[in-house]
Write a protein that binds this ligand. Structure first.
Ligand SMILES: NC(=O)c1ccc[n+]([C@@H]2O[C@H](COP(=O)([O-])OP(=O)(O)OC[C@H]3O[C@@H](n4cnc5c(N)ncnc54)[C@H](O)[C@@H]3O)[C@@H](O)[C@H]2O)c1
Length: 323
């Protein structure tokens, strides 16, 4: 007996494609909604012949496309957005349209279609200029980028739609997610895929700043587990946001050392590739580490993969697909 159809916005993106895989594997039907702006059809092409999977090319900014996509769905996993802090500084209006207006379009379409269970992606960037470590829900700072503003406002709207319309909405604040299919190309690529790509090409990975900045790198398998927990949890978690991370941190110099040793097992010449430094970037936070106790207690979320587990899975994928 199928468990119902879940609409996954941004399903052709990095995290979204893994969520589609996992939901299908757990007996849901999945409707993937994506405008393929940063996502790729290739990320879900392996699902083409799965009878539970369908793909809808559509844009969050077009209400009739959203309304059509919501027909018959029992829940929504909303991951569509324009990621990247630097992108949002370069083009804040594009980030605002996709991440904030797009989210409001989604909430309105869901309200009309009476789909009242929504799990959406927020971001650790909402902690902004707070120096406190670890980061705890309720202790946010001021946003340091347009991207962070859009995610903070999404959280405000989610809370409002929960209290005003009784919708069951749960926010997941993802911390630096990495893994297979994360795009290593272009100016807005995230650190891990960008560094792996550079090492594979025998080019020095470029670290912005001194490399001592720390991140709570979170393997995508943990993000997927959190989505599944949030879809299954009872009413009490509705209207809330949860840190989703592994709960440990690593600085960029140590990260590049680990990547080098993983990759040198596949290509010994990579052992000689050294890193280069460039100036620090506007909008970047210095340190990031999540307290995940709220997600553990209220969602039943237990990360299953540490950084090493994640690199062991992701690095060979890049070596195979991007060499
Ligand atoms: N990757 C991370 O480290 C990270 C960290 C924190 C939060 N997040 C959030 O998680 C979500 C997924 O991120 P990701 O890393 O998989 O990014 P991604 O770019 O790989 O995926 C986003 C997807 O959304 C689609 N999209 C963008 N604008 C759209 C629009 N207007 N209409 C329809 N589809 C649209 C893109 O084509 C893409 O497939 C995003 O909301 C992101 O802000 C990601």
């Amino acid at each position: 007996m199928p468990k119902g159809t879940i609409l996954v916005t941004g399903g052709a993106g990095f995290i979204g494609s893994h969520v589609c895989d996992a939901l299908l594997a757990h007996g849901y039907a999945v409707r993937c909604f994506d405008n393929l702006s940063t996502g790729k059809a290739a990320n879900v092409s392996h699902l083409e012949y799965d009878p539970g999977f369908s793909f809808v090319k559509g844009d969050l900014g077009v209400p009739r496309e959203l309304a059509a996509a919501m027909d018959g769905v029992s829940a929504i996993v909303h991951l569509a957005a324009l990621g990247s802090v630097p992108r949002s500084i370069a083009d804040p209006l594009a980030s605002e349209a996709a991440n904030l207006a797009g989210f409001l379009h989604l909430l309105e379409a869901a309200r009309d279609a009476r789909v009242d269970r929504i799990v959406y992606a927020s971001s650790s960037s909402v902690y902004g200029d707070s120096q406190e470590l670890p980061k705890r829900e309720g202790r946010e700072g001021r946003p340091l980028s347009p991207y962070a503003v859009t995610k903070a406002m999404d959280e405000a709207y989610a809370h409002l739609y929960h209290s005003m319309h009784g919708m069951r909405i749960i926010g997941l604040r993802f911390f630096n997610v990495f893994g297979e299919r994360q795009d290593p190309e272009g100016p807005y690529a995230a650190a891990i895929p960008k560094f792996i790509r550079a090492f594979l090409a025998h080019r020095p990975p470029v670290i912005n700043g001194d490399g001592r900045q720390t991140r709570d790198f979170t393997y995508v398998g943990n993000a997927v587990l959190a989505v599944r927990c949030a879809l299954a949890v009872g009413e009490a978690a509705s209207g809330q946001v949860f840190n989703i991370a592994y709960g440990d941190r690593c600085d960029l110099l140590a990260l590049t050392d680990r990547l080098r040793s993983h990759l040198a097992r596949l290509d010994p010449n990579i052992a000689q590739v050294r890193v280069e430094h460039a100036p620090g970037r506007a909008g970047d936070v210095r340190d990031s580490l999540a307290d995940i106790s709220r997600a553990r207690e209220q969602l039943g979320f237990m990360p299953a993969f540490d950084l090493e587990d994640g690199l062991t899975r992701a690095v060979p994928w890049y070596a195979e697909n991007w060499r």
